[in-house]
Design a protein around this ligand. Structure first.
Ligand SMILES: N[C@@H](CCC(=O)N[C@@H](CS)C(=O)NCC(=O)O)C(=O)O
Length: 220
């Protein structure tokens, strides 16, 4: 199967969660620029990218794409209970990602950061003081260091990478208290195909147009 990943060019964004799974499995895929007119399918259209074309299937919503790919790429448990659990973790990661995004765009994603700086500062304060520790604590307890790696582990790696970029000082402090999360991050980064991908030119660097952004003034 040759997959088509339709997403914005130049950012990791939510497409990266799909890329990590495809790269880890050594799957064959091409990227299609979803901003090009005519790229949007009329069959099962997506509200927003990423979406995946797999043969005749068109699948939108990141967690839904991974629900489909997981078993095919050897990145999901075999049992129904196991698959639902990994999907649950993925949906929680999606919530976390959205809250991280909202630290720099708390009022509207259609507005510039400069138009919502004051609100971004307040939102970031709350995120760093309350929400970030709560999410980290949850994943630290929910995941076990020796678990078989699933797509949700790859996505947790990506969230941690993004948060380290956005809030380096806070993450340095908090990660010390969340050893399991740090261990999962390390295990994922060491997976041979992923390590190769991460060091390659295919991995788009974090940047200020992306979901995770580094504005030093948002971190105390
Ligand atoms: N819940 C969706 C969110 C998709 C989403 O927000 N995509 C962003 C890029 S990462 C986008 O293009 N949004 C445009 C919009 O919401 O109008 C998912 O997880 O895939």
């Amino acid at each position: 199967m040759r997959y088509e990943l339709h997403y914005w060019p130049g950012i990791q964004g939510r497409g990266e969660y799909v890329r990590l799974a495809l790269e880890d499995a050594g799957a064959e895929y091409i990227e299609v620029d979803s901003s090009k007119s005519g790229s949007e399918p009329d069959f099962h259209p997506s509200f927003a990218p990423p979406y995946l074309k797999a043969g005749k299937l068109v699948i939108g919503q990141t967690a839904n794409i991974l629900l489909y790919l997981g078993p095919r790429l050897g990145l999901a448990p075999k049992t129904e209970a196991g698959r639902l659990w990994v999907h649950q973790l993925q949906l929680t990661l999606a919530d976390w990602l959205t809250e991280a995004h909202d630290t720099h765009h708390p009022i509207g994603s259609g507005l510039y950061y400069e138009e919502q700086k004051r609100e971004a500062k307040r939102r970031s304060q709350d995120f760093l003081a309350n929400r970030l520790p709560k999410f980290l604590g949850y994943f630290n307890a929910a995941m076990k260091p020796g678990d078989k790696i699933t797509y949700a582990h790859l996505s947790l790696f990506q969230v941690i990478e993004g948060l380290r970029y956005a809030f380096p000082r806070t993450m340095k402090k908090l990660e010390r208290r969340h050893g399991t999360v740090a261990a999962v991050h390390k295990r994922v980064a060491a997976r041979p195909r992923l390590a190769q991908y991460l060091a390659s030119g295919r991995r788009i660097p974090f940047n200020q147009d992306d979901v995770f952004r580094h504005y030093p003034e948002l971190e105390p």
